[in-house]
Write a protein that binds this ligand. Structure first.
Ligand SMILES: Nc1ncnc2c1ncn2[C@@H]1O[C@H](COP(=O)(O)OP(=O)(O)OP(=O)(O)O)[C@@H](O)[C@H]1O
Ligand SMILES: [Mg+2]
Length: 261
C-alpha cells in the first residue's frame, strides 16, 4: 500500500519535531515499595523508544502514569507540553486523546463487531461521523490485514487477529503516541510474528511516536531509535539498539540480555 493512502495517525504537517514526552524526577511508591525512583527520560516526537528490563522493574507503571491511570508521588510528567499532574479533568481528557494504548490482553468489546470496535470511540469521543469513522476503520483493517473480518465478533478471531484489531482500534483515535505493553506476550508463538509485522509496518509508514515495552528483542532491535534498560525503577542504560544489544556497558544489562536472548 503506498504510504500516502495510509491513515497516518500521527501526521501533523509542518509541526517541528521535538520533545513529546518528558518525565522528570518521577517517583512512584506503592506503600513502602518504591517502584520508580527519581526517573528521568524523554521521548522526541516520531521516535520509537523501547523499554526493556526485568519483571517488576516498573515498565508498566510508566505506561499507566502516562495514561493518567496512576499519579506520581513526586516529579513531573509532560505530554506535548502539557503537564499531566496537576491537570483539570478537561486537560486530562485532552491528553488522553493524544495517547493510544494496546495492552497484553486485548480488551475488545465482545458484543460488538470488529468494525464497531474500531469506530465506537472516534464517534462517541471525537464526534466523528459514522461514515467517516467507518471509512477510516476500513483503511485501518487493511493496514492490519483484516479487511475480511470487519463483521466478525472478537470471539470468532484468533488471539493474533484480536490483537491486530486492538492496534487498529488504538490508531483510530489518531493518537500522537502509541503505548504498547507486551502486546504479544499473551499470544501463541505462531501468532506473534503477524502482530509484530503489523507494528513494524506502522513504525515504518507513520510518524506516530511509539513507547514500547517488549520482551521481543529482535523486534526491539528492528524498530527502536532508542532502547532504555530499566532496573529497580531507574534507567540504568540507554542507547541505540546496536549499543544496547551489541555493546552493553552495564553488567546488569548483559545479565538481563543473556537471560532473554
Ligand atoms: N497497583 C499496585 N499496587 C501495588 N503494587 C503494585 C501495583 N502495580 C504495580 N505494583 C508493583 O510495582 C512494581 C512494578 O510493577 P510493574 O507492573 O510496573 O512492573 P513491570 O516492569 O511492568 O513488570 P513485568 O515485566 O512483569 O510486566 C512491582 O513490584 C509490582 O508488584
Ligand atoms: Mg509489565
Amino acid at each position: 500500500m503506498p504510504t500516502d493512502t495510509l491513515p497516518q495517525p500521527g501526521k501533523t504537517p509542518g509541526k517541528p519535531a521535538g520533545e513529546l514526552i518528558r518525565l522528570e524526577r518521577v517517583t512512584k511508591r506503592f506503600g513502602t515499595n518504591t517502584v520508580l525512583d527519581h526517573l528521568d527520560f524523554s521521548v522526541d516526537a516520531g521516535k520509537h523508544v523501547t523499554l526493556i528490563g526485568p519483571s517488576g522493574s516498573g515498565k508498566t507503571t510508566i505506561l499507566r502514569l502516562l495514561m493518567t491511570l496512576l499519579k506520581p508521588d513526586e516529579g513531573t510528567i509532560t505530554v506535548d507540553g502539557q503537564q499531566l499532574f496537576p491537570a483539570s479533568d478537561k486537560q486530562v481528557r485532552e491528553i488522553r486523546k493524544k495517547i493510544g494504548m494496546v495492552f497484553q490482553q486485548f480488551n475488545l468489546f465482545p458484543n460488538m463487531t470488529v468494525l464497531r470496535n474500531i469506530t465506537e470511540a472516534p464517534v462517541t469521543v471525537l464526534g466523528m461521523s459514522r461514515d467517516e469513522a467507518g471509512e477510516r476503520a476500513r483503511d485501518l483493517l487493511d493496514l492490519v490485514g483484516l479487511a475480511d473480518k470487519r463483521d466478525a465478533r472478537p470471539t470468532q478471531l484468533s488471539g493474533g487477529q484480536q490483537q491486530r484489531v486492538a492496534i487498529a482500534r488504538a490508531l483510530a483515535m489518531r493518537p500522537q503516541v502509541l503505548l504498547l505493553d507486551e502486546v504479544t506476550s499473551a499470544l501463541d508463538p505462531e501468532l506473534v510474528a503477524g502482530v509484530l509485522d503489523v507494528l513494524r509496518d506502522i513504525a515504518r509508514s507513520t510518524d506516530i511516536t511509539m513507547l514500547c515495552v517488549t520482551h521481543e528483542m529482535g523486534f526491539a532491535r528492528d524498530i527502536s531509535d532508542q532502547v532504555l534498560m530499566f532496573d529497580s525503577g531507574r534507567v540504568i542504560e540507554a542507547g541505540s539498539p546496536e549499543k544496547i544489544f551489541n555493546e552493553p556497558e552495564q553488567a546488569r544489562t548483559r545479565e538481563f540480555l543473556s537471560a532473554v536472548l
